[in-house]
Design a protein around this ligand. Structure first.
Ligand SMILES: NC(=O)c1ccc[n+]([C@@H]2O[C@H](COP(=O)([O-])OP(=O)(O)OC[C@H]3O[C@@H](n4cnc5c(N)ncnc54)[C@H](O)[C@@H]3O)[C@@H](O)[C@H]2O)c1
Length: 413
């Protein structure tokens, strides 16, 4: 690359919710990861909404702002690109970034479906550009600690997982029809959105999902129309003009993992009363652990059997993932933005050759393939196999430690 990491040019495509979070993460990076010696400079942002361009310049501090995203990719001072656009634009933007030889950090789901995600992965591989994907929940220190406990065998051989990604962001029937509800703009609904995070967490912590049975449902058939870039998907509208919701509000899956564990995974964007209840329970022969994003600094752990077995709550602290970067003492809570600072550090550490990438485009493809199998299974009401994905960084280690081994895995029917 032969470049000056002390002035790493950042381009941002789309200044919506995630675009702002990415920009804040780049700005914070040198404070939390000084030893990387990387100083991101916010060079060029693009959005089709004029007021968001003003905010990119005046609020976030980008030097330049354009309505055409090609101007960001083609800007010679831009070294890396964040792609935070609605899903239907990801493939063309990522392919353009790869063709220009620029590393990209793309939000999930990377493509609208598995074939689009595969095309992005192939473009990135062909151009040898570093990628990162927004599977931010991996970065929670309590999740990293859970991964270590599982890999060390602290809860034995993993027998089953139970995950729920329940949010109520669309529980309001008057919630606006943003791009997320339109198949040509988003692809699948909650399967690619919240379920993608959950699938990634399972594959990161425990191991690849091999087989899927699934069902989906759409709870609110129509919603008030919302113009692109006008508001987020949290917006409620009293517009009388309504459009059809074209993808699923709820998805449920039964899964078999390659190492013998089984599980149930559910995701809903219409779970009334659940704000961001993103919970994963992992059960093993020697114990269990539970993590929930609403209490993201906490890990509930049960070790051992017998009359005194039960869950203990452990608050994240130094020694758990990257916690010590943010706070010196256990129990002082981190927030969502901090997970994105960690993600930015992993992206740029891998870009500068210091570390192997964390969640990258191949992990996005692995999750997309599970979603595709789930859509097929929901459609024909049979089990579907998930094609294996080479090159993922999330391959879990089920029962690799002293108390269990993958070879002990039982059979499931
Ligand atoms: N990792 C996470 O936890 C997480 C959370 C939310 C969203 N996301 C993902 O981030 C992506 C963006 O979601 P969001 O919630 O930020 O969306 P958003 O609706 O808040 O923002 C989208 C932005 O894209 C802009 N845009 C539309 N067309 C454009 C074009 N042609 N060129 C440039 N900009 C254009 C819009 O004007 C808007 O500013 C999606 O893929 C979504 O799934 C990830």
């Amino acid at each position: 690359m032969g470049q000056d990491f002390d002035r790493l040019g950042v381009g941002l495509i789309s200044v919506g919710w995630m675009g702002k979070v990415h920009a804040r993460a780049y700005r914070a990076l040198p404070e939390f990861y000084p030893e990387l010696g990387i100083r991101p400079v916010l060079v060029h942002a693009a959005d089709t909404a004029a007021d968001r361009l003003d905010y990119a310049r005046d609020g976030l501090g980008f030097a330049r702002a354009s309505t055409d995203y090609h101007a960001v990719i083609d800007d010679p001072e831009v070294d890396v690109v964040s792609i935070c656009a609605p899903n239907f634009l990801h493939a063309e933007m990522a392919t353009a970034a790869a063709s220009a030889g620029k590393a990209f950090w793309i939000e999930k789901p990377a493509g609208r479906d598995a074939s689009e995600t595969q095309a992005i992965a192939e473009a990135a591989d062909a151009a040898h550009v570093v990628t990162a994907v927004g599977f931010n929940y991996r970065n929670a220190p309590a999740v990293e600690h859970a991964k270590k406990l599982i890999a060390d065998g602290a809860i034995g051989r993993i027998t089953n997982v139970r995950g729920t990604m329940f949010a109520d962001y669309s529980a309001e029937p008057a919630g606006g029809l943003s791009w997320r509800f339109i198949r040509s703009l988003a692809g699948s609904g909650v399967l690619g959105d919240l379920m993608g995070h959950l699938v990634d967490l399972v594959q990161y912590l425990v191991g690849p999902i091999d087989d899927v049975a699934a069902l989906t449902s759409t709870v609110h058939a129509t919603r008030p129309k919302l113009a692109m870039g006008q508001a987020t998907h949290f917006a409620v509208s009293d517009s009388a003009e309504r459009g059809e919701v074209e993808n699923e509000d709820y998805a449920g899956m039964l899964v078999r993992l390659s190492d013998g564990a089984v599980g149930t995974l559910e995701a809903s964007r219409v779970a009334t009363g659940r704000r961001a209840h993103y919970e994963l329970e992992v059960y093993g022969t020697e114990g269990a652990l539970v993590w929930d994003f609403e209490r993201m600094n906490e890990l509930r752990l049960a070790v051992g059997r017998g009359p005194h077995s039960g869950f203990t709550s452990i608050l994240a602290g130094p020694g758990f993932g990257d916690f010590a970067r943010f706070q010196p003492g256990a129990g002082t809570g981190m927030g969502y933005d901090d997970l994105k600072v960690i993600e930015a550090s992993k992206f740029l550490a891998s870009y500068s050759g210091r570390e192997a990438p964390s969640a990258d485009i191949h992990d996005a493809l692995a999750a997309a393939r599970v979603a595709a199998a789930a859509e097929a299974a929901a459609s024909d009401r049979t089990w579907h196999a998930v094609p294996p994905t080479a090159g993922t960084n999330g391959a879990g280690t089920n029962g690799a430690g002293a108390n269990g081994s993958a070879s002990q895995a039982g059979t499931t029917t």
